[in-house]
Design a protein around this ligand. Structure first.
Ligand code: ADP
Ligand SMILES: N[C@@H](CCOP(=O)(O)O)C(=O)O
Length: 293
């Protein structure tokens, strides 16, 4: 059985904790019944001992598997990870979503995507990256009485993600601690209006509007201060043809969206200016979690 989940970019500037989209880089796990428990790790995190000894995927998988199955079976887990850890590309959401989906799939129990999303919410209490991880595409989501309410839209092929991954990790938990406890009415109005305009721009496919809508007052500046070079990455991206350029999730990655025709030049300019960071172009993912029995 094989499950894969795409990377995500959450917040998209003003949409703190409510907007996110899926990117075509994935974490994949193959699970087979086996005589003994065993784990193989390839790609991102392969040299991280914590992922071998105390793997979040395996503990969530076990929680669900033991509730769903009366059998005591062992498995071999083969992980192939493309999503870097703690860089704001939704590595933890991918783990949560794939672990829950795998526990159901290995027992042959059908799990609707909406149910998967609501189960994932117990592990990540903001819906902005679990929703695109499950559904793919662009998503606006909020939580009401422990349920995710969302609207989803596919992102056309003529758009690309240009991604700058710094060489330093930022944990989401710590990055949330840098944010103020209170905001002014001006900042609240700024973000509500920009987030609404950005959502409308995605729905109407008015890509030029992203150049005006993608600004934020409530989280990026506080977080980016931890790595001030990110302000430079953002400025360079917007100057070199990005339609929008925002801190991806809680950082440290900077996400830009551009027309496919402009993406090569943008990638080249960023590589030249920031040779110590990993810069690449990716497609968007409009499918979300994939399960092959
Ligand atoms: N491939 C993985 N396998 C197991 N655990 C992972 C994996 N990727 C991420 N994690 C867990 O998620 C944590 C990172 O979560 P977080 O700081 O929210 O990063 P991100 O911004 O990438 O979602 C890691 O410290 C680890 O516990
Ligand atoms: N809205 C959250 C998103 C965190 O995304 P991640 O990819 O960094 O886990 C936040 O901004 O804290």
């Amino acid at each position: 059985m094989k499950v894969s989940v795409p990377a995500t970019s959450a917040n998209l500037g003003p949409g703190f904790d409510c907007l996110g989209l899926a990117i075509s880089m994935k974490n994949q796990v193959i699970i087979r019944p086996s005589k003994f428990h065993s784990v193989s790790l390839k790609g991102e995190g392969a040299n991280n001992p914590a992922l071998k000894d105390n793997n979040m995927f395996i503990s969530i998988f076990n929680d669900f598997y033991h509730n769903l199955s009366y059998k005591k079976r062992h498995f071999r887990f083969e992980f192939q990870n493309e999503i870097p850890l703690s860089r704001g590309l939704g590595s933890s959401s991918a783990v949560i979503v794939s672990a829950i989906a795998s526990a159901y799939a290995i027992e042959g129990i059908k799990l609707e995507k909406d149910k998967l999303l609501n189960l994932a919410l117990a592990y990540e209490n903001h819906p902005d990256n679990i929703t695109p991880a499950v559904m793919g595409g662009f998503n606006v989501a909020c939580v009401q009485e422990n349920e995710v309410r969302y609207i989803n839209k596919a992102i056309p092929k003529n758009l690309k993600a240009v991604i700058v991954v710094p060489n330093r990790a930022i944990s989401t938990q710590l990055s949330r601690k840098t944010l103020p406890f209170k905001y002014s009415k001006e900042d609240a109005v700024f973000n509500i209006s920009h987030s609404s305009l950005l959502t409308a721009a995605f729905m109407a496919e008015d890509w030029e509007m992203l150049k005006h809508a993608s600004f934020d007052q409530i989280h990026q500046k506080y977080r980016m201060k931890q790595m001030p070079e990110l302000f430079d990455v953002q400025k360079t991206s917007l100057k070199e043809g990005a339609l929008m350029s925002t801190l991806s999730g809680s950082g440290s990655t900077l996400f830009s969206m551009s027309y496919a025709d402009d993406s090569k030049n943008l990638e080249k300019a960023l590589k030249l200016r920031f040779p110590h960071f990993k810069v690449f172009t990716a497609d968007f993912d409009n499918v979300g979690v994939r399960i092959e029995i």
